[in-house]
Design a protein around this ligand. Structure first.
Ligand SMILES: Cc1cc2nc3c(=O)[nH]c(=O)nc-3n(C[C@H](O)[C@H](O)[C@H](O)COP(=O)(O)O)c2cc1C
Length: 210
């Protein structure tokens, strides 16, 4: 293959392809990451900000993906949950070390439907569903023992593995992407960046200095 054939129409490496929809490109990169990452290719840093504009970042797992956006699940009473109730603007950053690639997403979050949350919650192992009840995520814990006792209590309350209801404060958020940026490492810091900007439902492509 000659040099020209290794490039897309923007002059970027051909792995950026020439797609109009960044979700399609994300899926292709994600499939590749699933092949090469040691674990959790769906692990993603999630950035939120509180009422004082103080940002916080932590890892979550991507659990849903469609043209509408990127879904993760959490306790809505957690720190990130309270941030997102006040300020729906959020960002995500994937870093696949094995591929030396990064993808960033910014947008507004919207709660997933009750059905979507139930379907995902019910697909989780019993222990995970019980700990969703037992963990007051992000609140101070006096001792590890207190938490283990709460787990035992909820196991007693919900002994039937098929009948553990979803806690009312546990659900998913979907980031509706405004921008999705794809980044590829290159020698000499001559990295390549392709940014998709959502303009009234139509995706515009731009390339950025690294
Ligand atoms: C790889 C990885 C994946 C994680 N996935 C989730 C997740 O999907 N949902 C979640 O609530 N916390 C997840 N966590 C824990 C969060 O990083 C964080 O500790 C927790 O949600 C509390 O964050 P907060 O106090 O900012 O709300 C994950 C941690 C790691 C390291």
């Amino acid at each position: 293959m000659n040099q020209k054939n290794n490039k897309n129409s923007l002059g970027l490496d051909s792995i950026f392809e020439d797609l109009d929809n960044p979700i399609d490109l994300f899926k292709n990169w994600f499939n590749k990451a699933e092949e090469s990452e040691i674990n959790d290719p769906n692990a993603v840093a999630l950035g939120t900000a509180d009422q004082t504009n103080q940002p916080s970042v932590r890892m979550v797992l991507l659990k849903g993906l469609s043209d509408e956006g990127f879904v993760f699940y959490t306790n809505f009473n957690s720190k990130k949950g309270s941030d997102l109730k006040i300020n729906q603007q959020a960002s995500m950053c994937f870093h696949w070390k094995s591929l030396r690639r990064q993808v960033r997403v910014i947008g507004k979050v919207k709660q997933v439907s009750e059905k979507e949350a139930d379907d995902y919650y019910n697909s989780r192992p019993y222990k995970n569903r019980i700990s969703a009840w037992a963990s007051n995520q992000s609140e101070q814990l006096d001792s590890r023992d207190t938490f283990l006792k709460k787990i035992a209590e909820f196991e007693k309350k919900y002994p039937d593995q098929n009948k553990v209801p979803r806690p009312p404060y546990w659900s998913g958020w979907r980031i509706l992407p405004k921008e999705i940026e794809f980044w590829l490492d290159a020698e000499g810091r001559i990295h390549e960046r392709l940014n998709y900007v959502n303009n009234n439902g139509k995706w515009i492509k731009e390339i950025l200095y690294p």
